[in-house]
Design a protein around this ligand. Structure first.
Ligand code: SF4
Length: 283
């Protein structure tokens, strides 16, 4: 990391972010400063606010992009927004969110030191499961989040995110608590499938299992850095050609800017309920 990059990092990163992200990481990812990480994520958020790539845009109140620290080492990925999330624009509010906060506190972390997102950014009506085509439409946003945040560890919460990120139909009951290394986009990341907190609320035995699985997270965060694939060995990367963002946008490698690939496609104005990045505690 150049001195300039380090100064940018030091000036912009909240103290909790510095604490969450070890010196080893700041050295390793010197190509992208914390400032750049945040700014690019803000751009992706702006695009998500106007996204009409799947039918869920018709019934949402607002897009629930994700919240937390854009410079986090740890990401949680759930399923999709529920009614409260849809109203507030923030993921994991309500009882499941409070349980997640409690479990984080028990391992010495806070919500603002991690990043929390969902597989789909808009609420499926009536809390139904997201449809495969909706997950596919929204996947580029999730991939862009992972690529920009560059977490060391991703905890998938429940079946949908576990199956999506593993590219495998094996269910959460068989996989929970078993970490593995997966290449996601262009990065090798430690993946830890966990039960969804909402499921744990209703089953005491699942809650204890979730708590036991959470206890594995600190060791994964403290583990030595993974060897990363050589450029071109991994999957699509925002550093490589381009990642499609919904049907209408690409996050281009050229200057890392998001470009509208089909300018004739109009996007909706962001709903008035949309949260600012600052309100999301994101950036
Ligand atoms: Fe919402 Fe994602 Fe569908 Fe776009 S692709 S409308 S952000 S759920």
């Amino acid at each position: 990391m150049s001195e300039k990059d380090f100064l940018l990092f030091a000036e912009s990163a909240p103290l909790v972010a510095v604490a969450a992200r070890g010196a080893e990481h700041t050295l390793r990812c010197g190509v992208r400063s914390a400032t750049e990480r945040r700014e690019r994520l803000k751009e992706v958020y702006g695009r998500a606010l106007g996204c009409t790539a799947c039918p869920l845009h018709q019934t949402r109140t607002t897009v629930v992009f994700g919240a937390g620290n854009a410079d986090a080492d740890l990401m949680f990925i759930g399923e999709g927004p529920g009614a409260n999330e849809d109203k507030q624009g923030i993921p994991f509010v309500g009882r499941a969110g409070r349980l997640l906060d409690t479990l984080l506190e028990e391992i010495g972390l806070r919500r603002d030191s991690v990043f929390i997102a969902n597989v789909v950014k808009c609420r499926p009506p009536g809390n139904r499961d997201p449809h495969p085509e909706e997950i596919e439409s929204c996947d580029p946003f999730l991939r862009a989040q992972v690529e920009l945040i560059e977490p060391k560890v991703i905890c998938t919460l429940g079946n949908f995110s576990t199956k999506l990120l593993r590219g495998d139909p094996t269910g959460i009951s068989r996989l929970h608590g078993q970490d593995e290394v997966r290449t996601i986009g262009a990065r090798a990341i430690r993946l830890l499938p966990l039960f969804h907190p909402a499921a744990a609320l209703y089953t005491p035995s699942s809650l204890q299992t979730l708590r036991d699985d959470f206890a594995r997270i600190p060791a994964l965060l403290a583990a030595p850095p993974l060897e990363q694939p050589e450029p071109g060995e991994g999957g699509e990367s925002v550093e490589d050609d381009a990642v499609e963002l919904g049907a209408e946008f690409t996050l281009s490698s050229a200057e890392g800017r998001i470009e509208q690939s089909h300018p004739e496609v109009e996007t909706e104005e962001p709903p008035v309920e949309a949260r600012t990045p600052e309100q999301l505690g994101l950036f």
